[in-house]
Design a protein around this ligand. Structure first.
Ligand code: PLP
Length: 361
């Protein structure tokens, strides 16, 4: 530390630990072939239409981007059948979480969030001095009853559906009861980063019309294969977004990013192939767990949480030596679990062989 006073809220924060990058594993273990199944990225890559759109947009980067990503908001609005000012686009959905926290959370405000979920909810809340109440999961998804009991006086409640890292989902009826119990002045954010993989038909857009305090965020980083270019979007009433536009950087979503997301949205064939690859991949992984006698959590997302029955860091290391990067989940309170992103069929075969060897020891 420099000796310059750092805000106490910042000193409390735990730095985000990203999935281990491929080049790091290549260098540390002297390996050529390394696969990454650690950050829930799209194993089929970006849509070719998005890549073309980025190439074309590259010739236009001397001009600032359209600040509110209007064309993209219009395309999204048409897709979900909402007015365009109900949509806000961000530099990843992470930016929207930060903007919402920065617009609504005052020091000492109470924020309710799920235990064993995406760590950024706590980070964005604590940056702005929130007093965080964490409610443990029940049955691998949010305990909506327990969270509703914490709602009176809370400024924001974060939910994640499907939940990262468990892949679990709460039922729509339970959610409607929850919303009816939460005071109207408490904001409820559902993070739907994995929405496109969810086969349960949960319709948060319909719920947005009924509940003015509801916000839904989604992303182009997962099913749309654009994690590296950073585009996410949120849906809520326009008055919820107005303060966020004051807080944000004016040009946070760059020209190629807007073009790529717009093109990716049009490439329904790529999205369908992605979702189908995921369905088959989850089937492969759950069958593998069945054969190996490893408990797992049923998943509606593009990853599987597997209990390897021994310290996950050891299995993580053993897999790294075999050129496979997964995520050990000790940091989320699951010291014997690894989270594995659904890869291509060849990647999953490689993972299966590596896991068998790692656990044979
Ligand atoms: C639940 C969840 N929300 C949000 C994000 C961040 O998404 P983005 O890339 O849109 O910032 C992730 C990324 O891993 C995630 O798992």
């Amino acid at each position: 530390m420099t000796g310059y006073p750092v805000r106490p809220e910042v000193l409390k924060l735990k730095p985000y630990v990203p999935g281990k990058p491929i080049v790091e594993v290549q260098q540390e273990y002297g390996l050529q072939e390394v696969i990454k199944l650690a950050s829930n990225e799209n194993p089929l890559g970006p849509s070719p239409l998005a890549v073309d759109a980025m190439r074309q947009a590259a010739a236009e980067v001397h001009i600032y981007p359209e600040a509110t990503a209007r064309a993209l908001r219009q395309a999204l609005a048409a897709q979900v059948n909402l007015p365009e000012d109900w949509l806000m686009v961000g530099n990843g959905s992470d930016e929207l979480l930060r903007l919402l926290a920065g617009s609504y959370i005052r020091p000492g405000d109470r924020v309710v969030l799920p235990g064993c979920s995406f760590p950024n909810y706590r980070t964005v809340s604590e940056i702005f001095g929130a007093d965080v109440t964490e409610v443990p999961l029940v049955g691998e998804t949010m305990d909506l009853q327990a969270m509703a009991a914490q709602a009176p006086g809370a400024r924001v409640i974060f939910l994640c559906r499907p939940n990262n890292p468990t892949g679990g989902v709460f039922p729509e009826t339970a959610f409607r009861h929850f919303m009816a119990a939460v005071p109207a002045e408490t904001l409820v954010l559902i993070d739907e980063a994995y929405h496109e993989f969810d086969a349960t038909g949960f319709d948060s857009v319909d719920l947005l019309r009924s509940f003015p305090n509801l916000i839904v965020t989604r992303t182009f980083s997962k099913a749309y294969g654009l994690a590296g270019i950073r585009v996410g979007y949120g849906m809520a009433r326009p008055e919820i977004w107005q303060p966020c536009y004051r807080v944000r950087e004016p040009f946070s979503v760059n020209v190629p990013a807007q073009a790529a997301a717009l093109a990716a949205l049009q490439d329904t064939a790529h999205l369908t192939a992605t979702v189908e690859n995921n369905r088959l991949g989850l089937q492969f992984l759950t069958e593998l767990c069945g054969e190996m006698g490893l408990p797992y959590t049923p998943s509606q997302a593009n990853f599987l949480l597997i209990d390897v029955g021994r310290p996950a860091t050891e299995v993580f290391e053993a897999l790294l030596r075999r050129g496979v990067i997964v995520r050990p989940m000790g940091g989320s309170g699951r010291p014997t679990a690894i989270r594995v992103t659904v890869g291509t069929p060849a990647e999953l075969e490689q993972f299966a062989a590596a896991l068998r060897e790692a656990l044979a020891k």
